[in-house]
Design a protein around this ligand. Structure first.
Ligand code: ME8
Length: 561
């Protein structure tokens, strides 16, 4: 699950590999960021973690897209694959591997996997050759059963076509000699696996869809295309007239980078990072990852990924953002406009596993103003960067706590209910981290963000109620201690929030923690509890410092960037 893991191999998390038929959009960025956040979450829980992303470069869809551009497919792929790599860099994605299915090591892995499927299995479970006809959707790169297609009319031309019921993509009737994977023979094993692992897919309700497909629509899988129709792909090493189906090729990427085909060859070897701890996908490719992929792994007796996380889609004006529809948001422009961390925050805050999400600059603008500027930024400004005239410091406040200087207040709490407001933050400080962790167990970044947001909102309220700017005017030691108590509690809220927000906003969170003087080795989740770190804090900064602009005073300036 998302919390500290139990095995001793490093945590291994993957994104889908993206088609290079067009440039990346916000949907791709979202999957990358979500995966990156979950990797970083493991790391601040003290676990070693590896992230694999990359590009899916073979198949009909790419072959046609390259032809349309008048380019050689490889040249076309090189250029588009680079855009995904650049996107990962621009969004601070800490991937450890970037795989391309045109890589030599991957071709070798596919070849070995293929030969195993063909020759290494008991007769009924291995590949067989046959003639295949059916409805094929190039844009989804898959066949659909007869009962999953329907007639449709192209609005612009009035042309009658057949389309997939699920995706509305045009399908064409295809008849050809191909190799088959006997998927139907894996039906019982799949159903048994789902029964025994009801939480395998997050969110769990997706399991119904998967089970329904397996129970009612399962067919053997045609897993080659005649080379006359598809030449851009990995050939069957024994039959040059057949090209391996792009989805079989693509799914294997996940084990290529774990060392299959180079460092290990079967489950009796040390499988390195495999099995993956978490594979993140969009709902469009659920079936491939929860039916085909486990069946292929079962065929070779390889362990299945431990968990699949399936997210919903970003929409623009209520339609799925997609390259084929052309209603896409350029993620490079979005990063430029909003800055990396605010954009990551928005995507993680509004991303969902149960309903589609709408994307608009107006929404991002309001989240920026409300959450980042008015909540986190405001508290940061009040507590971590007080003007020198305020004459208080987080350093003094933390030291007072460490030296037991607040004992009197602890006692006072019980004695005097008029002092209640000074203690009203306690329960929120206690709640935030467990709430955040619980949401992250379900990979629910939106819920986790709410836990931090609530803490900071309550802290802003606490500061307004306790008025440290008035306490500071009174020179008697009791007021000074009360002031420090308020500053300490508020600093603790900021410190805890800073630790928890690291996976979501790596740069802003570390800026915040640096500013509070939190040591780098004390930024793991175990420190995200009140009083756990009593060795941080900074002096009040003189406001006359040269070079300190307005923007520098807070981490979220009025306009991003
Ligand atoms: O399917 N909202 O590649 P692909 C959210 N190559 N996420 C979206 C999205 C949207 N509107 N659109 C795309 C492929 N995505 C195959 C995968 S894996 C072995 C092979 C994200 O370029 C989401 O993660 O069409 C989706 O599953 C993926 O991009 C599909 O990317």
């Amino acid at each position: 699950d998302g919390s500290p893991k139990s095995t001793d191999k490093p945590y291994y998390i993957t994104t889908p590999i993206f088609y290079v038929n067009a440039a990346p959009h916000i949907g791709h960025l979202y999957t990358m960021v979500l995966t990156d956040v979950l990797k970083r979450w493991q790391q601040i829980n003290g676990n070693e973690a590896f992230l694999c992303t990359g590009t899916d470069e073979h198949g009909m869809k790419i072959q046609r897209a390259a032809a349309k551009e008048g380019m050689h497919p490889k040249e076309f792929c090189d250029s588009n694959s680079n855009k995904f790599r650049e996107l990962a860099a621009s969004a601070d994605i800490a991937h450890d591997f970037f795989i391309r299915t045109t890589d030599a090591e991957h071709k070798e892995a596919v070849k070995q996997f293929w030969l195993q499927l063909k020759h290494g299995l008991p007769e009924k479970l291995g590949l067989y050759k046959g003639s295949h006809e059916g409805w094929y959707a190039v844009s989804d790169e898959c066949f659909y059963p007869e009962d999953m297609v329907q007639p449709s009319i192209v609005p612009q031309t009035g042309k009658k076509i057949m389309v997939s019921v699920e995706t509305d993509s045009e399908v064409e009737w295809i008849k050809e000699e191909t190799w088959f994977f006997p998927l139907t023979k894996y039906k019982d094993a799949l159903l048994k696996f789902y029964d025994e692992n009801p939480d395998w897919i997050t969110p769990a309700h997706r399991m119904n869809e998967v089970r329904n497909w397996v129970e009612n629509h399962l067919e053997d899988l045609s897993i080659t295309r005649p080379v006359s129709r598809l030449s851009w792909g990995i050939p069957d090493p024994e039959d040059s007239k057949q090209t391996i189906y792009v989805w079989v090729d693509a799914l294997i990427n996940y084990i290529t980078k774990a060392g299959y085909g180079t460092r290990w060859h079967s489950a009796s070897d040390d499988m390195g990072l495999w099995p993956a701890d978490l594979q993140v996908i969009g709902k469009d490719i659920l079936r491939f990852h929860t039916i085909y992929w486990p069946a292929l792994l079962m065929a070779l007796d390889l362990p299945l990924p431990k968990r699949i996380l399936c997210h919903n889609h970003w929409t623009m004006s209520n339609r799925k953002m997609s390259k084929s529809l052309g209603n896409v948001v350029n993620p490079f422009f979005a990063v430029q406009r909003w800055d990396v961390d605010p954009l990551r925050y928005f995507l993680m805050r509004n991303g969902s596993f149960s309903k589609d999400m709408s994307y608009s600059n107006q929404l991002i603008g309001s989240v920026y103003a409300k959450d980042l500027k008015a909540n986190i930024g405001n508290l940061f400004y009040r507590i971590a960067r007080p003007k020198v005239t305020a004459k208080w410091s987080t350093k003094e406040a933390v030291a007072t706590y460490r030296d037991g200087g607040f004992q009197d207040f602890m006692n006072m709490k019980a004695a005097d209910s008029s002092q209640e407001r000074y203690f009203s933050l306690e329960s929120h400080l206690k709640k935030a981290t467990p709430a955040f962790c619980e949401e992250m167990d379900y990979c629910n970044t939106g819920g986790a963000i709410r836990a931090v947001f609530n803490l900071l909102r309550e802290t802003n309220r606490y500061v307004s109620d306790t008025e440290p700017w008035n306490l500071v005017k009174n020179p008697d030691p009791e007021s000074r201690a009360l002031l420090n108590w308020v500053i300490f509690n508020s600093a603790e809220a900021l410190r805890i929030a800073g630790i928890l927000l690291q996976p979501i906003m790596p740069t802003k969170a570390s800026e915040l923690l640096n500013e509070l003087g939190v040591k780098p080795e004390r930024r793991t989740v175990q420190y995200a509890r009140k009083g756990k770190d009593v060795d941080y804090g900074t002096e009040a900064q003189p406001s006359s410092d040269k070079g300190r602009t307005k923007k520098w005073d807070t981490i979220f300036p009025p306009t991003p960037n």
